[in-house]
Design a binder for this molecule. Structure first.
Ligand code: PLP
Length: 477
């Protein structure tokens, strides 16, 4: 196995405990030597609590996306001032090893020099034109070269938009209305997807959000992840009316749960048999679990396997607002301006975002990148498992590429959860205290039991070991 290309980015040493910025720092971020010029130590520093209080006056709940408010774990959200490599610094100058990575996009870590240079160059050339550019063609070509199931791709600005458009496309392609999704999978906040299971297989979903009329979700059937029998039953009843089955193949919105190979194989068979499209939502796991995304892993396990439609986001934008959906040329030709399925976007294929995405994809395509990333993520999960075992705490974890998850089962000997209900039955109180124990020690995990974690190429073995040491301390009774 080849080693990943050595990073030239300057790194600060890992620290298992939080640090204040050095006295010589010229800003309040704690980044040694950082000279942003934006603030100096003479500027009064607002605490996280003060910022949160201020934020709540102007922004609902003080945040622009709900999970950031720390409601699931309690406590005060950290307001991030700056990030570099594997680290973030909050408004108080405290340093964290970052395992959120902006919820997935930052696979290279923060401020990767090649990505930064590409973004800076693109920004000087123009922020947005509302006209086609060569760079968006290049990004489309790059994605298509890595994902053989897609012959064409359309770029959009968020995962929500991409998933919503993929469903419209599937409905347009099949002339059918109904769709299957799985409990615990999140596909963004389009109305038709904010839905929980109805009372049985014959009844469709109920909205999970106020403001979503029941009629809008009346075509969405919500099933249990990894339940083959229920899936077969649903197809028996609704098969001829189904436009698509949408799935996160490795679910990252109920922590980290893989679709089993037999389950995926059966979904593919039933979709083909009944003329429904299989839509892979790889917004989170795409280009994160493998260079060919999760579908390449299922294609290795199931001969001839491919989804019909794929949805991407996060990594393909490298931290900028960019997402995409793709399929065969035949299906994609149904989109406007060629076909009758309408879809558009003012900032779609934005020149700065595409520069960021392209530079990111170039780096992750380096030989050995995913082997090295996967090994580092495995080191983390194994280290956490060992720490929990030594503390006598039931623990299970899993990972693929740069994505991981772990659970505190309520009973010793319980395996990895296979669906949303079993994820949510794990020990939430234990997770919350572990989360805060790590946060206090300078390790920033996702602030909710049901979220996955992310390791980047900027995380060193020393960062992982520092994290495991912090976990050992946090797990002490
Ligand atoms: N699909 C999946 C699998 C996601 O994880 C997310 C967001 O986390 C989305 C869709 C929605 O993406 P966005 O937040 O960019 O709208």
């Amino acid at each position: 196995m080849k080693k990943t290309k050595k990073r030239s980015m300057a790194k600060t040493p890992p620290t298992p405990t939080a640090r204040r910025p050095p006295a010589t720092s010229t800003d309040n971020t704690g980044a040694p030597g950082a000279r942003t010029g934006a603030r100096t130590l003479a500027t009064p520093v607002s605490s996280n609590a003060e910022l949160f209080e201020r934020a709540q006056r102007s922004i609902p709940g003080g945040v622009n996306s709900p999970v950031r408010a720390f409601r699931a774990v309690g406590g005060t959200p950290r307001f991030i001032a700056r990030a570099q490599g594997a680290y973030m610094w909050d408004a108080e100058g405290k340093q964290y090893i970052d395992y959120i990575g902006s919820w997935g996009p930052m696979i290279l870590g923060h401020g990767h020099p090649a990505v930064l240079a590409a973004v800076q160059k693109a920004a000087t050339e123009g922020f947005s034109f509302g006209a086609p550019t060569e760079r968006e063609v290049e990004l489309a070509e790059t994605i298509l070269a890595l994902v053989p199931s897609c012959e064409q791709i359309r770029l959009v600005s968020s995962g929500t938009e991409a998933a919503m458009s993929a469903i419209r496309l599937a409905r347009g392609a099949t002339g059918r209305s109904k769709l299957i999704k799985f409990e615990g999978c999140y596909h963004g906040h389009a109305d038709a997807l904010l839905v929980k299971a109805g009372s049985g297989l014959a009844t469709f979903g109920n909205p999970t959000s106020a403001g979503v009329p029941p009629e809008v979700v009346q075509h969405t059937l919500v099933l249990t992840y990894n339940d083959i029998e229920q899936l077969e039953e649903a197809f028996k009843i609704h098969g001829p009316e189904l436009a698509c089955v949408m799935i996160e193949p490795i679910a990252g919105n109920m922590n980290f749960v893989r679709a089993t190979v037999p389950f995926m194989k059966r979904i593919r068979e039933l979709c083909t048999q009944h003329g429904a499209l299989l839509v892979f939502d790889e917004v989170m796991c795409g280009f994160r679990v493998a260079l060919g995304s999760a579908q390449s892993l299922y294609a290795q396990a199931i001969p001839g396997f491919a989804p019909d439609v794929s949805v991407f986001g996060k990594v393909i934008g490298g931290g900028m607002p960019l997402a995409a959906f793709g399929a065969s040329r035949k299906i994609m030709s149904l989109l406007a301006p060629l076909g009758p399925v309408y879809q558009a976007g003012t900032l779609s294929g934005n020149p700065v975002a595409t520069a960021c995405g392209l530079a990111t994809l170039r780096e992750i395509s380096q030989p050995g990148f995913f082997e090295a990333l996967g090994a580092r993520t495995r080191r983390l999960v194994d280290g956490l498992s060992a720490a929990a075992a030594d503390a006598g705490v039931p623990f299970v974890g899993d990972c693929q590429g740069g994505m991981f998850g772990f659970f505190f089962p309520r009973n010793r000997g319980e395996g990895l959860p296979q669906n949303y209900a079993t994820v949510m039955a794990t020990d939430q109180a234990r997770f919350n205290s572990f989360f805060h124990g790590l946060l206090d020690r300078g390790v920033y995990l996702a602030p909710a039991l049901y979220e996955a974690g992310f390791v980047s190429a900027a995380h060193s073995d020393a960062d992982i070991d520092a994290t495991v040491a912090a976990a050992r301390a946090a797990l002490q009774p």
